[in-house]
Design a protein around this ligand. Structure first.
Ligand SMILES: [Zn+2]
Length: 569
């Protein structure tokens, strides 16, 4: 993507619409651009100075790029003393304004308005300044009114937007204002139809990708950020799809082959929707580090420490590669979109077209965020919507469904596709050693209650036999040796002890029983894994289990005190 620098977005900032919420990101320059000639247009006047006590917590310091990594990260020139204020989820932060300085130069501030604060309902976005091409501005939103600001003052600090011409400014997709966006389903349809013009996907995947794009505008509203895995060989249109996603997602940022050090920094400072192209698997240190970034990047409020410094790498991410990642646990944090080389002709996506898409849809999506931020944040799906979904898929589903605000039939259709995804993931994972062993242990726990087969203890070789019996039953060629099972047990944190002469194993204590249930829960295994084929057809799961009930592993099945089909299978 080489659209660097001049991006002539001149259009007016005239459309103002009404509704209820908002979010801003300033980057301030504490030295050079202090006070003075800042014109604050509109009715807002000097109320910028009234923005006090806002809640600002996450903070990071702009640093020299380490290891000579691309200068897109941040640069410590005198002219580039930036501070950024980003509204984030109030629940994640405390209520005190904190502005952190390092040396005397760089200030980066992020934060949010707590709900009880008189400024709740105020959001600020950093946008391209529609009146001064090549500059940035803040868009303040309150009760449906927008105001364009060139700076925001808080507690004697003045925040000004970043300079997009500086070398430290990454190529982010940004709106240059807002325009009416319509209802959630209209936004969804427009995104889906835009994508379908340029890229060929399986028909039911357009809604998934569009749902992901909408979710990217509300990362501060979710308990986990989903990933999107774009898998396909060369010539499958991957790059085109990534460019489109860059233009559509909130603060899209394509990281080519950035080394992980700079990726941490970029994500921490900009809260982008990170797009990683050509993520190829290997054993290099950079690759391992990138995996770590991805593992910690889907949960908010969990910083990663690098060189003793905390970085937040939370955010939605899009990762493109030729092969799916060989890490089922990490894969389960996202949805896979597979692309195949296609004969159907789609028009090329040149820079001019891409800019048009970016300009039009960024404005609409920005408006959609501002209008619906509170509604999306507080949106609760019907409790039984998620029945039967694995825990990871529940989080993904919540992120993709919330922006739709329950509008039918779009919500149900998308949910149906996500349920299919969940089944596929389950099948993929069911052959991973950890899953096999955990499933076998669950079977033993529940069967052990009936048959007392393992009353004297459960040997590692018993577990191995259970696993292999399961595999035979599924007509799989794979077998796990007792040695391999022993290693997996260790990896799952289950310690075996010597059981007399017969070898190593466990006693099936209530504590172990609970631990096995907890492991099953963490791996997304539920009672469907133990149900018979006949049972599943009638939504019957077998004998009731207190622990399964407590940990929510029932997967929507019905249970009875005594298993009705104890002899089957
Ligand atoms: Zn149970």
């Amino acid at each position: 993507m080489n659209t660097n620098g001049s991006r002539p977005h001149h259009n007016g900032f005239s459309e103002m619409v009404s509704s209820d919420s908002l979010n801003v990101d300033p980057i301030a320059d504490s030295h050079l651009r202090t006070k003075g000639s800042v014109a604050i247009p509109g009715s807002f006047g000097n109320r910028a100075s009234e923005i006090t006590q806002c809640q600002l917590t996450r903070h990071q310091y702009a640093q020299l790029p380490e290891n000579g990594v691309s200068a897109t990260a941040t640069e410590s020139t005198e002219e580039n003393l930036a501070a950024q204020a980003v509204a984030t989820a109030p629940s994640l932060s405390s209520c005190d304004l904190s502005i952190h300085e390092e040396g005397s130069k760089k200030i980066i501030v992020t934060g949010a308005f707590p709900p009880s604060h008189r400024e709740s309902g105020v959001l600020v976005e950093t946008i391209r300044d529609p009146q001064r091409p090549g500059r940035m501005a803040f868009l303040r939103w309150e009760n449906g009114n927008t105001t364009l600001l060139n700076s925001v003052e808080r507690d004697g600090h003045k925040f000004v937007p970043p300079d997009p011409l500086s070398r430290s400014f990454p190529l982010l997709s940004l709106p240059d204002g807002v325009r009416p966006c319509g209802h959630s389903f209209e936004v969804l349809e427009e995104i889906a139809s835009t994508i379908s013009k340029f890229v060929t996907l399986r028909p039911d995947r357009y809604g998934v990708v569009a749902g992901f794009v909408m979710a990217s505008w509300f990362p501060d509203c979710f308990e986990a950020a989903p990933y999107l895995w774009i898998i396909g060989p060369l010539g499958s249109g991957k790059t085109k799809l990534l460019k489109l996603l860059w233009a559509l997602c909130r603060r899209g940022l394509i990281a080519g082959d950035l080394r992980s050090g700079s990726v941490y920094k970029l994500v921490d400072v900009w809260d982008p929707t990170l797009i990683i192209d050509e993520f190829e698997q290997g054993s290099s240190a950079a690759h391992v580090e990138l995996l770590r970034l991805l593992r910690t990047g889907s949960t908010p409020g969990v910083p990663t420490f690098r060189n003793g410094r905390p970085f937040s790498n939370y955010g939605l991410k899009i990762i493109a590669s030729r092969q799916p990642l060989a890490d089922a646990a990490l894969l389960s944090r996202g949805l896979i979109i597979s692309l195949l080389p296609t004969k159907s002709e789609t028009p090329p996506l040149d820079e001019a077209t891409l800019q048009k898409v970016e300009q039009k849809l960024q404005r609409k999506l920005c408006m959609f965020r501002l209008q619906n931020h509170a509604a999306v944040k507080n949106f609760s799906n019907f409790p039984d919507t998620f029945n039967g979904l694995s825990p990871r898929m529940r989080q993904i589903t919540r992120a993709l469904l919330s922006p739709l605000l329950g509008v039918e039939p779009f919500t149900s259709e998308l949910l149906e596709v996500l349920e299919d995804y969940d089944d596929e993931v389950r099948i993929d994972r069911s052959l991973e050693p950890e899953w096999l062993v955990a499933e076998a242990l669950m079977a033993v726990c529940h069967e052990g209650n009936k048959s007392r087969r393992f009353e004297l203890g459960l040997l590692v070789s018993d577990v191995s036999n259970e696993v292999n019996q399961m595999l035979r039953y599924r007509h799989e060629d794979l077998r796990l040796s007792a040695k391999k099972v022993g290693m997996v047990l260790k990896a799952l944190g289950l310690r075996t002890t010597r059981l007399g002469r017969s070898g190593r194993g466990f006693r099936l204590t209530p504590t172990l029983n609970r631990r096995i249930h907890e492991i099953a829960m963490q791996l997304g295994i539920d009672r469907r894994a133990l149900a018979t084929t006949m049972g599943l057809q009638i939504y019957y799961g077998g004998a009731r289990c207190v622990l399964c009930e407590e940990l929510g592993l029932e997967a929507g099945l019905r249970f009875t005190d005594q298993d009705l089909f104890p002899q089957l299978e």
